[in-house]
Each structure stands twice: as structure tokens, then as C-alpha cells.
Ligand binder design. Structure first.
Ligand code: FAD
Length: 277
């Protein structure tokens, strides 16, 4: 049985960048080497009045970076994000020493195209794939034979978070395509890019990029509705759930009718973390 000290790093917040009132990126220094595979998540937490609150967060940085980067949305009535949102550089948080998750790039099944579909913070694992492969490409460890096609949906331009970095990488790297798509273009008259939700434009980009289940694996990350809708579209195009589609759902959409009809109480969200451990 490991003690708390053996299970957790006391990670220090090194930098934070606020993109909106409810959206921010930050980097933490775990204090020791933290090995992970791009696409995995870390479990971050805080101790409040003797009780630990923990949640999983996809790692946005590449394994070669000393600091770990995250992209978070504030859930106003959530248990952990309002507390994490108060932290400033120098403040500490808990981080489990073991990374988790299987939402990693699968490169060994003969398919060389990877269709990555995300909403807002769901881009984090895909950024990690991109940064890691860009590093390998630069040092001749990756020959460009796997191609990433990234669709990123958001309501407002600032929610893309990494648009400049990803647009720059896509301009430089022949194996990366990046399309940010805005669902509320009427509120942003100067938006020049793609419009519609990620799942609205998914079918169009399957054709534009010539992707099908024989040459492509799909990865869906973020909003539960985007994942459900995208799976429906992909299945209509012959993709098979699990065999061809990987998914990382960030939260479970509430089902009010079920809860009120059954008298079922909402579950204690702290215990959700147990599902990942
Ligand atoms: C594998 C994995 C990776 C994740 N990576 C990220 C990440 O990189 N960035 C990130 O911001 N989140 C990520 N999440 C979600 C994160 O773990 C928390 O669920 C989220 O931050 C809310 O925590 P909370 O304690 O503030 O809210 P909670 O107290 O857990 O939730 C309160 C209520 O809000 C709902 N809810 C949770 N998140 C949202 C949301 N974003 N929008 C609307 N309703 C929501 C919950 O279902 C619940 O009903 C990830 C989740 C998983 C499973």
C-alpha cells in the first residue's frame, strides 16, 4: 500500500494564461520526471478541509517538455475547477504520479490517417500528439508516414486556445492538417474560417481529406454530444465503433428526465474519479 506521499507529486503552478473568464491554460512543474504517452491524462487534485478532490485532465504538452501543460474550462458549480481556477503561479496542487488512459495514437494497424475531432479543451490530447510528432520529425525519428487531420469546434474564436500554434504547425508540417470551425459565426463577423459545429462539418472533411475506414482511425474528444453525433456520422460511413473509433468523453451529459422520474439522486461527483483508478 502506497502512502499519500508516494502516490502524489506536489506540483507547482509555473504559468497560467487566461483566454476567457472561464477558460485557461496552465503549466505545472511536477518536481520530478513524469513519463507519459501523448493522449494520456494526469489526475490533478486539491485537498480541502481534509478531503481530496481529484479529476482527470488530458495532458496537452509533449513528453519531452519538463513542465506539463493543461487546457481547462471552468465549470461554475463544479467541485474542483472553481478551486483550480483560483491558483496562481507558485501555488501547489496534487498530481498522481501515474498517468492513465488509452487515448493514444494507434500506429500499428496499417492505417496511416488519424482523424482527430475535438471541442474546445478536447484538443489537448491532440496537441500532445502533434507536439510530440513535430519533435520526432525535427530529429528524424518520424518519417511523416502517419498523417493527422484535426477538426476543432468552438463557439467563440478565443476558445480554440492553440489556434496560432496549430495553424503554424500545419503550415510547416506536410503530415498535419488543422481546421478550427466556429459554431456561432454570426457573433464574430471577422471570422474567416470554417463554420458549423465539428460534427456538422465532419462529413464534408471525410470527403475533402479522402478518409474512410480502410485508411483511417477516428479519435473523438470533448463534449458528449459531439462524440455521440460524430459516431453516428462515422458509422453511417462504415466506421465500426471501437474497431475504428476511439473516444474520450469529458463529462456525462445529465439526464434530468431519468433522475426526476426515478427519484434517483445525482451521484457524488467526487467518486467519479474512482472510475479512472
Ligand atoms: C479522461 C478525461 C480527461 C479530461 N480532460 C479534461 C481537460 O483536458 N480539460 C477540462 O477542462 N476537462 C477535462 N475533463 C473533465 C474534468 O475531469 C472534470 O470533469 C471537469 O473539469 C469538471 O470538474 P469539476 O469538479 O469542476 O465539476 P464536477 O463537480 O465534476 O461536475 C459538475 C457537473 O458539471 C458537469 N460537467 C463537467 N464538466 C463539464 C463541462 N466542461 N461542461 C459542462 N458540464 C460539465 C458534470 O457532468 C457534473 O454534472 C476530462 C475528463 C476525462 C474523463
Amino acid at each position: 500500500m502506497l502512502t499519500a506521499g508516494e502516490k502524489f507529486y506536489r506540483a507547482r503552478l509555473a504559468e497560467r494564461v487566461d483566454l476567457a473568464r472561464d477558460l485557461w491554460r496552465f503549466r505545472i512543474d511536477p518536481g520530478e520526471r513524469f513519463n507519459f504517452t501523448p493522449g494520456q491524462f494526469a489526475t490533478l487534485g486539491l485537498e480541502v478541509e481534509g478531503r481530496r478532490i481529484e479529476r482527470p485532465y488530458s495532458i496537452a504538452s509533449s513528453p519531452s517538455e519538463r513542465e506539463l501543460e493543461f487546457f481547462l474550462e471552468l465549470v461554475p458549480h463544479g467541485k474542483l475547477t472553481p478551486l483550480l481556477h483560483k491558483l496562481q503561479p507558485g501555488d501547489e496542487m496534487l498530481m498522481r504520479k501515474i498517468p492513465k488512459g488509452r487515448f493514444t495514437l494507434q500506429t500499428s494497424d496499417g492505417r496511416h490517417n488519424h482523424l482527430l475531432v475535438s471541442t474546445v479543451t478536447g484538443v489537448a490530447p491532440f496537441l500532445s500528439y502533434g507536439r510530440a510528432l513535430a519533435e520526432d520529425w525535427k530529429h528524424d525519428r518520424f518519417d511523416g508516414s502517419h498523417r493527422l487531420y484535426l477538426l476543432h469546434g468552438a463557439s467563440h474564436p478565443w476558445e480554440f486556445g492553440y489556434k496560432d500554434e496549430l495553424t503554424g504547425l500545419a503550415g510547416d508540417l506536410p503530415w498535419l492538417a488543422y481546421v478550427p470551425t466556429l459554431s456561432r459565426p454570426r457573433e464574430h463577423a471577422d471570422w474567416q474560417g470554417e463554420t458549423g459545429r465539428a460534427d456538422d462539418v465532419l462529413e464534408k472533411y471525410l470527403d475533402v481529406w479522402d478518409l474512410d475506414r480502410t485508411n483511417t482511425r477516428a479519435y473523438l474528444c470533448g463534449h458528449p454530444d459531439m462524440i455521440t453525433n460524430s459516431k453516428t456520422i462515422l458509422k453511417r460511413r462504415g466506421f465500426v465503433e471501437r474497431a475504428d473509433i476511439k473516444e474520450e468523453t469529458y463529462w456525462i451529459a445529465p439526464r434530468p428526465a431519468l433522475a426526476s422520474n426515478s427519484g434517483e439522486k445525482p451521484s457524488d461527483s467526487d467518486s467519479r474519479t474512482a472510475a479512472f483508478w
